[in-house]
Design a protein. Structure first.
Length: 502
């Protein structure tokens, strides 16, 4: 890098380099912007290195901004190369490093002031700096690369300041950015607003002992749960209260989840201290659920990372969308491949589904008769394929509550009490490796495998549920009751393979 002798007295140079970062899905790529004067007096800014549309338009935004602020506009043609040349450059974060490089060439700014700094931000015509998406992810990558300082728009400063060991400098305008590079102290950074805590409480659910028990087990072992029952039995109420039973995220998970949500364009950044809860409508697109679009952004699967994805009326989702869940549920990640690129987004989540027992919803209702034929019920249930059903650990058929349960004024157990048991059970699971199935229980499980044709995945999940049940009793060793209850929660999925009656 060509540098002047003193940062306080910049001199004209023939070329310079600026460090910045580029988002490609959830991955961050380092980009070095090289600027130098080229022949001719046409005052052109020539961009090379696969710049995208927003990057190419930056030439006109920068020229207009410099003229408006009275800063020198290059009087000679400038060649700008974005390295590496084979990486497509997209996004709105290249304006600020590009304009600073032009000011270095013009002698207004010292190249030394940009050493060990990574710069990104969008430039408005009046000199304001507009935020970019993915600032926290960019800041985390900058720290991993050993960079000491980040200069970025003030609107992104609170998000980037979550990263320890990194000096974050936020500027409202280009003028402020130049002042910081000249030695001025940056403005104080506000604290990032936290996302609200889940407020739905389990005390609102009356009756449904089996559903509450399944919810507690699901929270303990992070098991996938399928709730089935007629309309009005409390399926959605139970599902929306699962986050209130989950422990707060660790500091590492807070950064991970907050950075993932920050990849969405036009997203208002919020600190995600609690497991996220996502409940997309069944009309969601494939890109909205799995991820994709242009640019590649995470879908609801990834936005539920470390939390809960709730699919209400799961049988109404297109089957192709439901089948797309199978691989991410196993790998805890989503691989999105498109013509313009590919991305991998984290997706370690709990899946909760809710559905009616039949198309009309009244199959098994004690007071209303079902109007569906066995063929219609069979077709309705087949919307969830056997491989997808196999990925649910728990299945609960919720009965219709009676009048006494609905009008009972005795308060039900609240979420805080259940969450305390869940936390204690998780401590048991974390304190010891998974216990092997006792020899006395193996004949019991062998009979279940033969009788119900359990797959290898189903057997592993039954054992995992049994361990969660034992942990809730503060035990590591499994007993027969744990295995029986785990098989009971699997029974509903097994019965779906049998012919349906009216």
């Amino acid at each position: 890098m060509d540098t002047p002798s003193s940062p306080s007295s910049p001199s004209r140079v023939s070329g310079c380099r600026i460090q910045t970062l580029c988002l490609e899905g959830s991955e961050v790529r380092p980009v070095e912007i090289e600027l130098q004067f080229t022949g001719g007096l046409m005052q052109r800014i020539v961009l090379t290195g696969l710049p995208g549309g927003a990057v190419r338009e930056a030439r006109d935004r920068i020229r207009g901004c410099l003229e408006r602020l009275g800063l020198p506009v290059p009087r000679r043609s400038v060649l700008v190369n974005f390295a590496p040349a084979d990486l497509p450059k997209s996004g709105n974060g290249f304006d600020l490093p590009l304009v600073l490089g032009l000011l270095v060439l013009g002698g207004t700014l010292s190249a030394e002031s940009l050493r060990e700094r990574v710069v990104f931000g969008e430039l408005a015509l009046d000199g304001r700096l507009r935020p970019v998406h993915g600032a926290l992810r960019l800041a985390l990558d900058a720290r991993e690369r050993g960079l000491r300082r980040v200069l970025l728009p003030a609107a992104n400063a609170a998000e980037a300041a979550l990263v320890d060991g990194l000096i974050v400098e936020g500027a409202e305008t280009l003028t402020q950015a130049l002042g910081i590079l000249s030695g001025d102290a940056p403005a104080p950074i506000d604290t990032l607003t936290e996302a609200p805590m889940p407020r739905a409480d389990l005390r609102d659910v009356r009756g449904q002992a089996s559903g509450r028990r399944a919810l507690e087990v699901a929270a303990t072992g992070r098991h996938n749960l399928l709730l089935c029952g007629p309309p009005g039995t409390g399926k959605t109420m139970l599902a929306t209260r699962l986050p209130s039973l989950l422990p707060a995220l660790t500091e590492e998970q807070v950064l991970e989840v907050t950075a993932l949500h920050g990849l969405l364009p036009h997203h208002t950044p919020r600190l995600q201290r609690h497991p996220p809860f996502r409940a997309p409508h069944h009309t969601v697109s494939r890109a909205g659920l799995v991820g994709g679009g242009r640019p590649l952004v995470p879908g609801e699967l990834s936005l539920a990372h470390r939390g809960v994805l709730f699919l209400d009326e799961i049988a109404e989702f297109p089957r192709s969308l439901l089948e797309a869940l199978r691989q991410p549920l196993e790998e805890h990640a989503v691989n999105v491949a498109r013509v313009g690129g590919s991305a991998r987004f984290a997706a370690d989540l709990q899946l909760v589904g809710a559905m009616n027992p039949c198309p009309c919803g009244d199959w098994g209702h004690p007071r209303r008769g079902c109007r569906c034929t066995p063929t219609q019920i069979e077709r309705y249930r087949r919307k969830l394929s056997a491989p997808l059903r196999d990925r649910f650990d728990l299945h609960v058929d919720l009965p219709v509550p009676d009048a006494h349960q609905l009008l009972d004024e005795l308060p039900a157990e609240d979420s805080a009490s259940v969450a305390a048991r869940v936390g204690a059970a998780r401590a048991v699971l974390d304190s010891a490796p998974p216990a092997n199935l006792p020899a006395a229980l193996k004949p019991r499980l062998e009979r279940a495998i033969t009788a119900f044709s359990l797959s290898g995945r189903a057997v592993a999940r039954v054992c995992a549920v049994a361990r969660s049940l034992a942990a809730l009793d503060q035990r590591v060793e499994l007993v027969a009751e744990d295995l029986d209850e785990a098989l009971f929660f699997r029974r509903g999925l097994i019965e779906w393979t049998q012919p349906c009656g009216t």
